[in-house]
Write a protein that binds this ligand. Structure first.
Ligand code: ADP
Ligand code: MG
Length: 237
């Protein structure tokens, strides 16, 4: 087995609009070690979401290889990719995408039941995760009855529900005010750390990024190590 939870080799992603081709990712290479929490920064439009969706096996890249826990997923069928995703990967979106008609508890329990866990066991684990995120009192609320920060915490609990080895988060605090954003980010970081998952977390908030184990930046379609001077950029860019 590979020593990395996620390895990306030569990833290329283009989008066609009319007769124009936009090359967004052009040779992305990245290795994420077990338990490592990596920040992904880059301005809006630099390709962070494209990279995360490819890494999460949600989209097919034009070229390159995505290796998850030593398994090359590039040529898997959609059904096989879904299985890898369910067993190994948790995803947090910028907008929470919670199911509106279900409680927080059930939103976190459902993916576990889809993965084969009993309803009772799934709800117990959901309650544990929600409690760890300070949401025990909100477990029976529906998303609309919760604040933005609480909703994102539920989305984090849901992403970690099946004990993934890899957590992918796409600007998970991007819709929150700065104070809430920092708190939710701390929750995500602490819980990911305690669960021992490897994580790749996109953010354009450099203040948040500096708490990561390591930060990479997307530039001209490929990744570069983040330069400390970048800290001098104005916050919130
Ligand atoms: P980021 O997440 O860093 O903001 P994205 O990966 O969403 O960047 O987008 C990178 C570039 O690709 C942007 O210029 C965006 O407009 C373009 N893009 C993203 N998705 C599509 C799509 N489905 N069709 C065409 N262009 C797209
Ligand atoms: Mg994005």
């Amino acid at each position: 087995m590979s020593e990395f939870v996620l390895s990306i080799h030569g990833l290329r992603r283009t989008y066609k609009s009319g007769d124009k081709t936009l090359t967004v990712l052009n040779g992305v290479d990245l290795d994420v070690a077990p338990g490592e929490i990596v920040g992904l920064v880059g301005p809006s439009g630099s390709g962070k979401s494209s990279l995360l969706h490819a890494a999460g096996l949600l989209e097919h890249p034009d070229a390159g290889r995505i290796v998850v826990e030593g398994r090359d997923c590039s040529d898997l069928s959609d059904r096989q990719r879904t299985r890898v995703r369910l067993a190994t990967i948790g995803f947090v979106y910028q907008a929470h995408h919670l199911l509106a008609e279900f409680s927080a508890l059930d939103n976190v329990a459902l993916p576990q039941m889809i993965a084969g866990r009993s309803r009772k066991a799934a709800r117990e684990r959901a309650m544990t995760l929600l409690s760890e995120l300070g949401l025990a009192e909100r477990a029976h609320h529906q998303p609309a009855q919760m604040s933005g920060g609480e909703q994102q915490r539920v989305a984090i609990a849901r992403a970690l529900a099946n004990a993934p080895r890899l957590l992918l988060a796409d600007e998970p605090t991007g819709n929150l005010d700065p104070a809430t954003s920092a708190a939710v980010f701390d929750n995500l970081y602490d819980l990911a750390r305690r669960q021992g998952v490897a994580a790749l977390v996109a953010t354009h908030n450099l203040e948040l990024a500096r708490h990561m184990d390591r930060v990479v930046t997307l530039k001209d379609g490929h990744l570069e190590p983040w330069r400390p001077e970048a800290l001098d950029l104005p916050a919130g860019t």
